[in-house]
Design a binder for this molecule. Structure first.
Ligand code: GAR
Length: 196
């Protein structure tokens, strides 16, 4: 059985879907939900589902990413994960950390990568006059929002869309895509999942 740690910064709706998916004949099980924000809603939701949680605030490290990651690595190492899923984890990771986990760390990003890396993806897609948007799951490398594609889901952009309405439509697809990718990845299959 593959051991999965999930890193969150916020409400953790993707984390909930991942945890809920890992039952029965699924090749993986959740072993830790870890956050850089001790107040993150995702920690409470994970605890309610019976998943061990830990928090390491980035704030005392004042921008020293390597020192923050060293602290983050303590509960992570103790959980002995085979796979790390970033699920709304909003800290940029160093090359050292990404290299240590390369090939074993996944991220979900709310755009059709390689378009719109970084923040404010939906506002930027609307501003550019795109007719479709979506989300991407990829292996994490040292480059931000880059790395081998593991899955993608598309949604239409509709007249009158705002960043909020578009984000909600994309999030529905995130919740379908990430569990589908994790199941395949945990079984050793890196063929991209393409939805719908
Ligand atoms: C999701 O939309 C995810 O794609 C995005 O944050 C949201 C987290 O929601 N991630 C990023 O922007 C990563 N840079 P959740 O906490 O409800 O899963």
């Amino acid at each position: 059985t593959q051991r999965v740690a999930i890193l969150v910064s916020g409400g953790g709706s993707n984390m909930v879907r991942l945890v809920e998916s890992m039952t029965g004949d699924h090749p993986a099980r959740p072993v830790l939900v870890l956050s850089n924000d001790p107040e993150a809603g995702g920690l409470r939701r994970a605890a309610e589902m019976g998943v061990p949680t830990a928090a390491v605030s980035h704030k005392p490290f004042k921008g020293d990413r390597a020192a923050f990651e060293a602290a983050l690595s303590e509960p992570l190492a103790a959980a002995q994960p085979d796979i790390i899923c970033l699920a709304g984890f909003m800290r940029v990771l160093t090359e050292g950390f990404t290299r240590r986990w390369q090939g074993r760390m996944l991220n979900i990003h709310p755009s059709l990568l390689p378009k719109y890396r970084g923040l404010h993806t939906h506002a930027r897609a609307l501003e550019a006059g795109e007719t479709e948007a979506g989300c991407t799951v990829h292996e994490v490398t040292a480059e931000l929002d880059d790395g081998p594609l593991l899955g993608q889901a598309r949604v239409p952009i509709l007249p009158g869309d705002t960043p909020e309405t578009l984000a909600a439509r994309v999030l529905v697809e995130e919740h379908r895509l990430y569990p589908a990718v994790l199941r395949r990845f945990a079984a050793g299959d890196r063929t991209p999942v393409l939805l719908p």
